[in-house]
Ligand binder design. Structure first.
Ligand code: SAM
Ligand code: SF4
Length: 320
């Protein structure tokens, strides 16, 4: 079992398989020109899998594939199948912008993927184009429908941006309800790679907006997840991810690995150690030592709340 220095059980690994993306969301990677491909020294799936096995053997029970846009990586289903065949009880999930999902969902399902979280920041095509800097709504909606049709557990993620999509929270919640999937509203996390003029909307304000239509009751916190859950009268549950609160860090159960093999203990922090050399040398013992060191050094809290600073870490590298 992996326990960090603050007695948090770490059983969730997020694996980024590429930093590249077909979109340029304002809060993520707006400064990289749309046609520019980031040069990457990627670990192969076989190499990433060597580390994944170390992590599973040490106690990781949930793995989420992310990016950049993970569906840009060729034959992603092969990597998913490797993990599924190694330990079928691992909760295997993906986070995607869903642009390519319609065509890829079936292969992912057949490989053993269980859950997909899909980013959906607006239901208005022009607004979504403004946020993601590409005309994507139709493809995203088709991807959502295909994932639901195939029986995936689907959740929607909405980053709430002041003056941009905070007028759509009720319609997004209604949409998620109509599809019988959970939506989670995410407070924008300030970072140096994002467009400079963005402002976050905090959890309190999100609840105030939704209260115009709904009676909302907070649910007891699930201690194994940083998401706060709320119920409305008909028992529909939605979530709010509030990294600016202490609760978020108290229940953090995760570590991240980038597509180039950097093990990142906290979404905010810069301290990270590379397992690349160990993996290239097939030195499992060393990779395991680095994993334990990173978990031991996992900080107690991020700095969004206490210091009101901007993280220097790019979400498209750490995978959100
Ligand atoms: N491309 C995929 C997607 O967009 O779903 C996966 C990678 S993306 C980096 C993972 C998650 O991070 C998405 O839900 C995205 O909305 C979220 N994210 C990215 N930048 C963020 C920021 N500055 N603040 C809050 N959430 C952010
Ligand atoms: Fe791409 Fe996801 Fe970042 Fe948007 S949030 S630019 S879809 S990696």
């Amino acid at each position: 079992m992996l326990i960090d220095s603050y007695n948090r059980k770490i059983d969730y690994l997020r694996v980024s398989v590429t930093s590249n993306c077909n979109l340029r969301c304002l809060y993520c990677m707006p400064k990289i020109p749309p046609d520019k491909k980031i040069d990457e020294n990627l670990l192969s799936f076989d190499e990433l899998f060597l580390f994944v096995k170390v992590a599973i053997d040490a106690g990781i029970r949930k793995i989420r594939i992310t990016g950049g846009e993970p569906l840009l990586r060729e034959n992603l289903q092969d990597f998913i199948r490797m993990i599924f065949e190694y330990k079928s009880t691992v909760d295997l999930a993906l986070t995607s912008n869903a642009f390519f999902l319609k065509d890829k969902a079936k292969a992912l399902k057949d490989a053993g993927l269980k859950r997909i979280n899909i980013s959906l920041d607006s239901l208005n095509a022009n607004k979504l184009k403004k946020i993601s800097q590409k005309d994507v709504l139709e493809n995203v909606l088709e991807g959502i429908d295909e994932a639901i049709k195939l029986g995936f557990i689907v959740k929607l993620n909405t980053v709430v941006l002041k003056g941009i999509n905070d007028d759509e929270l009720i319609s997004l919640l209604d949409f998620a309800q109509s599809k019988k999937v959970q939506i989670r509203f995410i407070e924008f996390m300030e970072n140096t790679h994002a467009y400079g003029q963005l402002n976050s909307v905090n959890c309190e304000k999100i609840l105030e907006i939704l209260s115009k239509k709904y009676n909302i009751k907070k649910q007891e916190k699930d201690t194994s997840s940083p998401v706060s859950l709320y119920k409305i009268d008909n028992d529909y549950t939605f979530g709010i991810i509030e990294p600016h609160s202490d609760e978020f860090c108290n229940t953090c159960n995760r570590i991240r690995i980038t597509a180039e093999g950097l093990l990142v203990p906290c979404l905010y922090f810069d301290e990270a150690l590379s397992i690349k050399e160990a993996i290239k040398n097939k030195d499992i013992k060393k990779a395991s030592e680095i994993l334990y060191t990173v978990i031991k050094n996992k900080p107690e809290k991020n700095k969004w709340n206490a210091y009101k600073e901007k993280s220097q870490r790019a979400f498209y590298q750490t995978g959100g």
